[in-house]
Design a binder for this molecule. Structure first.
Ligand SMILES: [Zn+2]
Length: 74
């Protein structure tokens, strides 16, 4: 997860989500991740990794594979 966090930090994003975002939206995306399969190594069950741009409040989320470190943007 560290590599993903570093990469996003370079683009101005920090782990988290905009205050305006509904909790239920996160629940849906998190569930997609849990049921997701890594494209790269086939590992089942991805970690939900939400990021927010501190200045613009732009939101991006990833499914992160703890097995191989692959991150797929949702
Ligand atoms: Zn993987």
């Amino acid at each position: 997860m560290d590599a993903l966090i570093r990469r996003m930090a370079e683009e101005g994003y920090v782990p988290g989500s905009p205050g305006s975002m509904e909790t239920s939206d996160h629940a849906i995306e998190a569930e997609l991740c849990v049921n997701g399969i890594c494209e790269k190594c086939g590992h089942m069950g991805l970690e939900y990794a939400p990021f927010v741009d501190r200045t613009s409040q732009d939101f991006r989320a990833f499914g992160y594979c703890s097995e191989c470190g692959y991150a797929e943007e949702l």
